[in-house]
Design a binder for this molecule. Sequence first.
Ligand code: SAM
Length: 251
Amino acid sequence: MPDRPAMTPEQLQAGAAAIEWFHRIDLGSGITTAGRDDSPRKLIEIRMPEELRGRSVLDIGAYDGFFSFEAERRGAARVLAIDNWGRPECSPKAGFEFAKRALGSRVEDRTVDVYDLSPETVGVFDVVLFLGVLYHLRHPLLGLERVASVTGDLLILETHVDLLDHRRPVMAFYPGDELGGDSTNWWGPNVAAVLDMLRTVGFRRLDVVRAPAREGFLHRALRSVFNAFTKGYRLHDTQRWGRMIVHARKT
Ligand SMILES: C[S@@+](CC[C@H](N)C(=O)[O-])C[C@H]1O[C@@H](n2cnc3c(N)ncnc32)[C@H](O)[C@@H]1O
């Protein structure tokens, strides 16, 4: 159980207001950080096990730490939050540090790159959270290989997906900032590519918890024609993307 330090509501309010948050973290005393991401909704969507008592959890790309603190709250025996905090293309750590202090959390944290993950560097964890990171990697398959090496039981992966009309495993490449105006987004795999990459790095049991709905033929044809006339896309271009969540196990 976290030990809550004595921070007055005024201190919490002022400290939280000085930080640009990604996550919406309930700091207590009626104060929730003004994150631009709807973390509570994402928490429901990813279906993190309600009961984590005695389990170890690794949160990769933890950012402000919302999911790490939640794993701790659900009883995890050990939580390690890692991120490339403060490095180029990555997030600042001010939010994580403030929230950790405000919550009196015992979550461990290390600045580690996904590519440096291995049983030797960080150990192996029962549950690994890999949320919103895959599409930020220049080398997604290599990144997934590293993630697999530190997953003992369950990997929860959440990612942006693109090219949803293709059945074969393909990935869209974003050399600039075409995805969301963010130049740190590199790849948009489709659902088949995510699943096949997971199989390639050793996962056998894949449970797709969420994936964009399939589109009917007529709807797809109309969208293509609409895009062709309004945006100048070629007819065969697909501009349909979304998000997927998968629970992956090796056995
Ligand atoms: C979109 S945020 C996702 C944050 C959180 N996991 C969530 O789902 O709400 C992506 C995070 O991944 C981190 N990240 C990106 N590339 C990384 C890398 N190569 N190694 C470690 N962290 C990385 C970023 O710094 C950022 O905090």
